[in-house]
Design a binder for this molecule. Structure first.
Ligand code: ADP
Ligand code: MG
Length: 277
């Protein structure tokens, strides 16, 4: 496969956090490509580097080694301003906690990234973006007037209005009930079928991962295997094995192992990231 077939590519990416007395590994050495037109789920025990991988792919993380390419452009070679523009125009990010601006309507939230890029999207474009997520009739509603699932769909419309090469979603269904979660997953699935885009989603839920073309497993900041065309059962079995290995290695941080019933999620205790739109 050519490098240009990848919407995002990580080559030997390393990220170590050095805030405390001991360095903490975010990503040890990760090389992976996300082809256009595909949907990848990223799974792994809490602390295995899933969010670090997503933030690195989005240019939100200052990596210590290796390189990240988005649509063929090496992020490390860009000036701050160029990186900001590339992030706004080529990368969409969806958070577990939606991160909509509460004072703005759904339509205003959706229009915001394009406006920040110096382009004022017309009402028809905003309506089309909302219609694509099934919310054309909610354009004038503020986030507090929408359900969690609707808010996440607005966030997806906002992430897609600039037509990014990649949509990165960190536990997008983690705060939703299972039926809203399924709607969001079906949307992400459809968006990954666009040949000009890749979708990468972090999830704890084997059922959610079952919507993807491929699941990548992380452990201790490294790739620990993958599954193509996964079923929820295969994913759950692999996760149970991974978590058992992790608890053997770090008995003080043992994770509850075992399969979650379909539709339930284990959330990791992580502060919501800053808005990046
Ligand atoms: P995951 O999303 O798989 O739960 P993360 O990518 O958030 O894992 O974190 C990977 C490791 O890096 C963890 O040990 C975590 O504590 C550490 N880490 C993540 N972000 C920071 C940060 N900003 N400062 C210090 N350590 C961090
Ligand atoms: Mg995380």
């Amino acid at each position: 496969m050519n490098a240009t077939d990848f919407a995002v590519e990580l080559r030997s990416v390393r990220r170590t956090y050095r805030r405390g007395p001991e360095p903490v590994i975010g990503l040890a050495d990760v090389t992976i490509g996300f082809p256009f037109g595909t949907f990848t789920a990223v799974m792994g025990p809490s602390g295995s580097g899933k969010s670090t991988l997503l933030r690195s792919a989005a240019g939100l993380e200052a990596i210590d080694g290796g390189e990240v390419r988005v649509d063929g452009t090496v992020l490390g070679g860009l000036r701050d301003k160029e990186l900001t523009v590339l992030r706004r125009e080529r990368i969409g990010f969806v958070f577990q906690s939606f991160n909509l601006l509460p004072a703005l309507t759904a339509a205003q939230n959706v229009a915001l990234p394009a406006r920040l890029s110096g382009r004022r999207p017309g009402p028809a474009e905003v309506t089309a973006a909302l219609a694509a997520v099934g919310l054309a009739d909610r354009a004038g509603h503020r986030p507090a007037e929408l359900s969690g699932g609707q808010q996440q769909r607005v966030a997806i419309a906002r992430a897609l209005i600039t037509r990014p090469a990649v949509l990165l979603a960190d536990e997008p269904t983690g705060a939703l009930d299972s039926s809203s979660g399924r709607e969001v997953l079906a949307l992400l699935r459809g968006m990954a079928d666009d040949p000009g885009r890749a979708v990468v989603m972090v999830t704890h839920d084997p059922v959610a991962a079952g919507y993807a073309d491929r699941v990548l497993f992380l452990r201790d900041g490294r790739l620990a295997g993958s599954l193509e065309r996964p079923t929820a059962e295969q994913v759950a079995a692999r996760m149970t094995a991974l978590e058992a290995q992790t608890s053997e290695a770090q008995p003080s941080e043992a994770q509850p192992s075992g399969v979650q019933p379909a539709g339930t999620q284990v959330s990791d205790a992580q502060a919501p990231e800053a808005v990046a739109c």
